[in-house]
Ligand binder design. Structure first.
Ligand SMILES: Cc1ncc(COP(=O)(O)O)c(C=O)c1O
Length: 440
């Protein structure tokens, strides 16, 4: 595989993109203009841009492409469905089959509904919990991302170290009244989280969490403690499995760590790159959406024009079929393990104070010596180095999210792709630590 080094010339595609998308971006967290690029195709674990440069892809559609770009099974399933109809806004054979498979795989799910994204899936879980509990309060963990609504981004990048449970809205779209319904706790600190749940039980509808907090695994007993506190106080527990779902195990984080929430949100991998979000949980909570309840004070309206469209669902079924092959999760785990170990070796060789976190096919470098247990630990590392590192990798032909967060592997990655990455990783580390070219 030959990987071209991206040049710094701004292509006409990039100029066009900067003139119609804010900062030339659809939300992928701002590359500087000289690194901006417009993609035209992907294959396996590579993507190619409009200037015909090929990159090793280590973001894989932000984790939505778990099998690799252009996977034959997913492509065939979608292509077969397209001439039969792309959307009915109605239960269809594909969405029914997928719903049955999810209910069988996800311990939390008695019932599900479908939407078009992870953002919508977490939003509906929160709305359902508020209706079920007739309370507005939501406790989330500092640094967690649950999609681009205001609850999902509260304290995502807190600018100050607030005392718990004070939230910090991200930006100014959240009203003060909405912010007042938010409580924020530290991940992996069961004592603080459980105390806040107990003290605020009367205000809380739900606790929402990424069981794998960004790229940080839960310490033994943490998920169990939160689960117990929620149960003890009648607060609903929502797992945001948009990242972990079908990626850490067929039954996601629930299977991996053996803790079952009341409600769960899925997205990303289950759509095979097509728009699909799924939310589900206890039948008594999901049934709050039944139209005959309209007019009651626990009714919840949900609808989605393209949610559950047969093309996305056909792709989702093909993803689940591929993930049912023997050895798939062992392979994903081994890929991630080897990549993280390779990154650790490069860090040790460079004598850099950094920690590599992640589980399964996920990895992230954090510029501080361990242990790293929470987002606050990450933020207290060397400021700005994560982004500089991502940009230094990007310059070297590694396609990733320059936010400096996690790297996603897929079943299309192999040892060659990982060693290609690790070579560039060592060079990028060198550049960043030697104070090499600063990039905005
Ligand atoms: C944990 C988590 N939840 C929710 C979302 C939102 O999903 P989407 O971008 O499909 O709306 C994301 C996206 O990155 C995520 O990582």
């Amino acid at each position: 595989m030959t990987i071209a080094q991206p040049s710094v010339a701004v292509s006409p595609f990039v100029s066009r993109s900067w003139s119609v998308f804010p900062a030339g971006s659809n939300g992928e967290f701002g590359l500087p203009e000289d690194l901006s690029t417009v993609l035209v195709e992907g294959s396996g674990c590579t993507v190619r841009d409009a200037a015909d440069r090929e990159y090793l892809d280590f973001t894989m559609g932000w984790g939505s492409i778990l099998l690799g770009h252009g996977h034959p099974g997913v492509t065939a399933a979608a292509v077969k469905q397209i001439p039969l109809g792309t959307n009915f806004a109605h239960v269809n054979a594909r969405s029914l089959e997928l719903a049955e498979r999810i209910v069988a795989l996800s311990p939390a799910c008695d019932r599900v509904r479908m939407c078009a994204s992870g953002t919508e899936a977490t939003m509906h879980c929160i709305r359902l919990a508020r209706a079920a509990r007739r309370r507005a309060g939501i406790l989330k963990f500092e640094g967690a991302y649950h999609g681009s609504h205001d609850v999902g981004t509260t304290s995502l990048f807190a600018t100050r170290l607030h005392s718990w449970p004070q939230p910090e809205p991200l930006g100014s779209s959240m009203t003060p009244r909405e912010a007042a319904d938010m409580l924020v706790a530290p991940f992996n600190d069961a004592a603080v989280a459980c105390r806040l749940i107990a003290e605020h039980a009367d205000e809380l509808a739900a606790v929402i969490m990424e069981p794998l907090h960004r790229c940080l695994p839960p310490e033994p007993g943490f998920l169990e403690a939160v689960r117990e506190a929620c149960t003890a106080h009648g607060v609903l527990l929502i797992f945001d499995e948009v990242v972990t779902g079908f990626r850490l195990a067929r039954g996601g984080a629930q299977e991996r760590w053996g803790v079952v929430p009341d409600l769960v949100a899925y997205g990303k991998a289950i759509g095979g790159g097509f728009p699909l979000g799924i939310y589900g949980g206890r039948a008594d909570v999901l049934d709050l959406v039944r139209e005959e309840r309209m007019g009651r004070d626990d009714y919840v309206w949900t609808a989605s024009t393209v949610g559950g469209n047969p093309v996305s669902c056909a792709a989702g079924l093909a993803v689940l079929d591929a993930l049912a092959a023997p050895g798939v999760y062992e392979r994903l785990d081994a890929l991630g393990h080897d990549l993280r170990e390779g990154m650790r070796r490069a860090i040790a060789a460079a004598g850099v104070a950094a920690t590599v976190i992640g589980v399964g096919p996920l990895a992230q470098i954090v510029f501080r010596a361990g242990p790293v247990r929470s987002s606050r630990d990450i933020w207290q590392g060397a400021p700005g180095l994560g982004r500089r590192m991502m940009l230094a990798l990007f310059k070297r032909g590694v396609f990733l999210n320059p936010m400096g967060t996690k790297l996603y592997l897929s079943l299309a990655h192999d040892a060659a792709a990982c060693s290609g990455f690790l070579e560039r990783f060592a060079a990028a580390l060198d550049e960043v630590m030697s104070g090499g070219p600063a990039i905005a």
